[in-house]
Design a protein around this ligand. Structure first.
Ligand code: ZN
Length: 171
């Protein structure tokens, strides 16, 4: 059984822009810029951005935080009929959490060839052997989403280089 998207291109891009806003919040805190939102009936019911460094908790991914907030918002662990937007392809943990919370549609921006479980390395969310599977669509505002990440890592490398230089001068 094939699942289909229930959104227009305009809607998809507009919600992805909200996920990008979340990613920028992470960036402002020197976190890897990844953001997510969850939508139900055209309304955002959960938001999240990566907080791994701040919390020193490997599970604090944008999607996990957004799922938690959405469940709290509607008072249920079942996020049936909901749509999740995330700037980077979800990892196995987040794909699993989306499956368990029954997210209906998953939209992501950039591919993650080294960690993605929604098409790159695995296709967890669409695997019909599981009790629940989702519709997955990749590449929503892909350029913007991947540039956020590549700029962040480029700047991080420059900072590290500069720091290394400073230390060698001090020695
Ligand atoms: Zn994740």
């Amino acid at each position: 059984m094939e699942k289909r998207s229930n959104l227009t291109t305009e809607e998809k891009e507009s919600f992805m822009r909200e996920a990008i806003k979340e990613a920028k919040k992470a960036q402002a805190m020197a976190e890897v810029p990844i953001g997510a939102v969850i939508v139900l009936d055209g309304k955002i019911i959960g938001r999240g951005h990566n907080l791994r460094e701040q919390t020193q908790d490997a599970t604090m991914h944008a999607e996990m935080i957004a799922i938690r907030e959405a469940c709290e918002e509607i008072g249920s662990w079942r996020l049936e009929r909901s749509q999740l937007f995330v700037t980077l392809e979800p990892c196995p943990m987040c794909s699993g959490a989306m499956m368990l919370s029954r997210v209906e549609e998953i939209y992501f921006g950039a591919y993650d060839p080294k960690g993605g479980a929604a098409g790159s390395l695995l296709s967890l969310a669409t695997d019909q052997r599981f009790n629940h599977w989702s519709y997955v669509e990749a590449g929503i505002l892909q350029t913007e989403c991947s540039e956020l990440l590549s700029t962040f890592f480029k700047e991080l490398r420059q900072k590290k280089k500069l720091q290394a230089k400073k230390t060698s001068v001090q020695e």
